[in-house]
Design a protein around this ligand. Sequence first.
Ligand code: RTP
Ligand code: MG
Length: 155
Amino acid sequence: MERTFVAIKPDAVKRGLIGRIIKRFENRGYKIVGMKMLHPTLEMARKHYAEHLGKPFYERLIRYITSGPIIAMVLQGENTVKGARQLMGSTQPNDAEVGTLRADFAQTMEFNVVHGSDSVESAQREIDIYFKPEEICDDWKTMLELVMESEKKQS
Ligand code: RTP
Ligand code: MG
């Protein structure tokens, strides 16, 4: 099982898209093992986007991600890093496939509604920025896990 970090960015929270975005990840069947609303601090934002330090868009990106609350989530499942990014679509909404979150809800790369980790290593690093270990709730079973368990018992 793989974990990824997903954030509903401040523009999407302000636009009232929280439910519609979470729904897409739930539809895919990912298990939500962490979720909270928080207003990222400058320190969190700088850690999160450290790889972009020095790039022309860096300061704007930091201003944007600290401009309001986000919904931070940890999703668990099969190939979650790749799968979550597939649901999100390309960074540039105009290049994103119709049906992806960015194509459906965004117009510009600057306000592209959602973030997803780009590798398992980035996911762990980002989860550690936004969550304390005790905030991860993985001691419960999804319906799918319960059904699979009961089928195993019967066979
Ligand atoms: P994210 O990290 O937010 O999930 O987005 P991503 O992996 O698809 O894209 P990344 O390259 O990591 O860029 C992070 C965010 O910076 C903004 N950006 N602007 N050339 C530009 O003006 C530019 N490039 C990137 C976007 O908001 C992107 O989501
Ligand atoms: Mg990225």
